[in-house]
Write a protein that binds this ligand. Structure first.
Ligand SMILES: NC(=O)c1ccc[n+]([C@@H]2O[C@H](COP(=O)([O-])OP(=O)(O)OC[C@H]3O[C@@H](n4cnc5c(N)ncnc54)[C@H](O)[C@@H]3O)[C@@H](O)[C@H]2O)c1
Length: 405
């Protein structure tokens, strides 16, 4: 039995969420955390109903609390659409909470798979996690597009506040076609670079950046210039001391090298590349529910979350009184990520050790054959494998944790 609880010195900011993940969030706290930890939580209810009641002020307040305390942990939340407005009787279609948090914390999202021995990545040489950073600003996601109806000149024009416009011809159209304008800012790319170097250094892994500056000699080249500048000004010495590398290559070369690597690096991606490649990694490593996700701001704020959604279909079953086999691994790892960071910042190694023990116990529970339905489909076949319901899975981890306590 546990004799005394481990003290977490500084409060952790807790952002509650929606649907099935909200239900399991409570179970994880009740069975895996509160019996072992003496921790103070700064609680913000980001459940859709409460966001609506507060005109979404609660999301802003939660972001400000993360700025104040440094570390937050977030459950999955509904991003409302027309159906949700009806379902919850909302005042309006509130923005995505993740978007609001990202905008206030100015952060970059990092994702990494949780490696489990009996769930092999489909790429057989990947032995270590490949971490991915997606620059979540600009490019094609904030574009301006024109369907060109017929012959005419397509131009790129920049009009400065003072001075003469700069004009470039994109294409003299002889017939119909398409045109697109995209942008990025030095400030956003710099934040991205700072967050990437911080994350790679924290996790003691190499940093790879892949872009296409042979073709895009100004736009993509600006990413190379800013990353190089950030590296030389703030990281070169630290990286050398920690025996870490910063590699810059063309994106096609990066992809080829990633496919032949054993993993274990941070891959910094431009917005579109990150969108596509993170899904490729997620699917290769097994399930969205075994990916970790953290928002890191260049000012040193951290928000840990599950990368999947609220598992809506399971929630509707739950409401009908049916049991579901929902996987809580990403929720558990959101908490352990936050606890490890809190312990590191507070200089409380016993908190870090507890979080590591919980992670190891959760992974070993799956390796012993006890797992949820999503993993049964991708795990190596074994007569010991046993599909369990969501709460049973958390209880199995709790039992194993008690044995180790
Ligand atoms: N980070 C976030 O807060 C976040 C991310 C994505 C979607 N959402 C929200 O979640 C809601 C549902 O969206 P969705 O259905 O597209 O995404 P989802 O991630 O909830 O589900 C996608 C698919 O993956 C499966 N799945 C996901 N997580 C699982 C888990 N832990 N265990 C077992 N199976 C799992 C689901 O059953 C479903 O088939 C939406 O309202 C959306 O706005 C939130």
């Amino acid at each position: 039995m546990v004799s005394s609880k481990i003290k977490v010195k500084t409060p952790i900011v807790e952002l509650d969420g929606d649907e099935m993940t909200r239900i399991l969030w409570q179970v994880v706290k009740e069975k895996l955390l509160l019996p072992f930890l003496d921790m103070k939580l700064e609680y913000y209810d980001l459940g859709l109903k409460h966001r609506d009641d507060t005109d979404d002020q609660v999301t802003v307040d939660a972001a400000e609390a993360i700025k104040k305390f440094g570390v937050g942990v977030k459950c999955a939340t509904i991003t409302p659409n027309k159906d949700r407005i009806k379902e919850y009787g909302l005042k309006q279609e509130w923005r995505s909470p993740n978007g609001t948090l990202r905008a206030i914390l100015d952060g970059t999202v990092f994702r990494a798979p949780i490696l489990i021995k009996n769930i092999k990545p489909t790429v057989s040489c990947w032995k270590k996690p490949i971490h991915i950073a997606r620059h979540a600003y600009g490019d094609v996601y904030r574009n301006a597009e024109i369907r060109v109806p017929g012959p005419g000149k397509g131009e790129l024009v920049y009009t400065p506040e003072n001075g003469e416009p700069i004009r470039l011809t994109i294409q003299d159209f002889k017939g119909a076609g398409i045109l697109q304008g995209i942008h990025n800012t030095d400030q956003s790319i710099t934040s991205f670079a700072q967050a990437c170097f911080t994350y790679a250094y924290d996790n003691k892994i190499d940093l790879w950046l892949g872009i296409k500056d042979t073709i895009s000699k100004t736009y993509d080249a600006q990413f190379r210039i800013i990353f190089q500048d950030e590296y030389q000004s703030h990281w070169e010495k630290k990286f050398q001391e920690a025996n870490l590398d910063y590699n810059f290559t063309l994106i096609d070369d990066t992809v080829a090298r990633i496919m032949r690597s054993e993993g274990g690096m941070l891959w910094a991606c431009k917005n579109y590349d990150g969108d596509v490649m993170s899904d490729m990694l997620g699917s290769s490593y097994g399930s969205l529910a075994i990916m970790t996700s953290v928002l890191v701001s260049p000012q040193g704020y951290f928000e840990y979350e599950a990368s999947h959604g609220t598992v809506q279909k399971h929630y509707y079953k739950h409401l009908k009184g049916e049991k579901t086999s929902t996987n809580s691994m990403a929720l558990i790892f959101a908490w352990t990520g936050a606890l490890k960071k809190r312990g590191e910042l507070d200089n409380t190694p016993d908190v870090v050790a507890f979080a590591e023990k919980l992670e190891k116990t959760a992974v070993e529970t799956i390796e012993s054959g006890v797992m949820t339905g999503d993993l049964m489909r991708v795990a190596e076949p074994n007569p010991h494998n046993r599909q369990v319901y969501a709460v049973e899975f958390i209880e199995a981890i709790a039992e194993n944790l008690q044995v180790r306590a």
